[in-house]
Design a protein around this ligand. Sequence first.
Ligand code: OSB
Ligand code: MG
Length: 368
Amino acid sequence: MKITEVIIHHLKMRLKNPFSTSFGTFHEKEFLLLEVKEENGTTGWGESVAFDAPWYTEETLKTNWHMLEDFIIPLLLNKEINHPVDITDLLKGIRKNNMAKSAIEGAFWDIYSQQTNQSLAQALGGQKDKIEVGISIGIQKTIEKQIEVVGQAIKEGYKRIKVKIKPGKDIEVIRVLREHFPNVPLMADANSAYSLDDIELLKQLDAFNLTMIEQPLAYDDIVDHAKLQKEIKTPICLDESINSLEDAKKAIELGSCGVINIKIGRVGGITEAKKIHDYCQEKNIPVWCGGMLESGIGRAHNIALTSLSNFILPGDTAGSNHYWDHDIIEPEVVVKDGYILVPQKVGIGYEPNIEMINQFTIAKKIYR
Ligand code: OSB
Ligand code: MG
């Protein structure tokens, strides 16, 4: 198989509700969508999950565009690629820039599964035909609003509620939520808002029976997380700190976490994500699939990945209707009773909605 053309679409989609984290508030999602064509006419779709600013990781939409245009696309165009894993090798000289690499690798996994006449989930060795779904809820202006939004998500059937926390919006919020919802699987994500100086505060979280606390400490740390994990009984889940299988191995060896959040973009693609999944399975570390407020294209990849057997915990794969008035795939992602049915159709299993894609496109460039 040879990639003969890549189209980069730059989209901007308005979120239904602003999403607030410890590092900032999203009102809209601006991102790159990749349409990749192969010599026999098959088209695959991939999404770059990089945001428009470097507050979560260092990559941005523009750094991704630069890497794709100047390095990644030239390395892949018109090369013989037999299997998506070959891409890892072709790109191995480029350091980091995981989200940029992942966008095109994901599109090629789509092409590969279409050409081998299977669903992406099947191509990955996925075993589940439906996946459990959790939801990530941003920091709200008031505690009353936080209770209302969490209550609504529980009513909709989500299997696990994650709330974002930050200094000043932590213990009290969790205490009140736990009082109102004593039995719901609840967790907190700090997006690196704390340090070991906050250890007494973090220890207090142990009182609320959280399923885990996600990335409390620095985005590039695994040593302090290991120290913290020894002091608290709530499992630590690493997100930002895990960018490769090597990172996962080291974090597990150090005891820095009990759970890993796998995001395809953050780790450089589906191939690496699957390696981390397999390794964690061997080591009895449960994993779940994180979200990046993706459009339906990115979500389709996440859903296929989540069909692998060690995705034991519900992921951040809420339905299209949670984020958008209109998503860019057909059908949209539907969550029913807390589950998504893994599509059985070939490829990513959803059709890109070209009309919607064009409606949200603000720039576009063709490479061949
Ligand atoms: O840390 O998981 C995170 C959104 C933006 C940046 C980082 C994170 C998140 C989420 C949202 O938690 C998950 C989603 O619903 O896509
Ligand atoms: Mg996170």
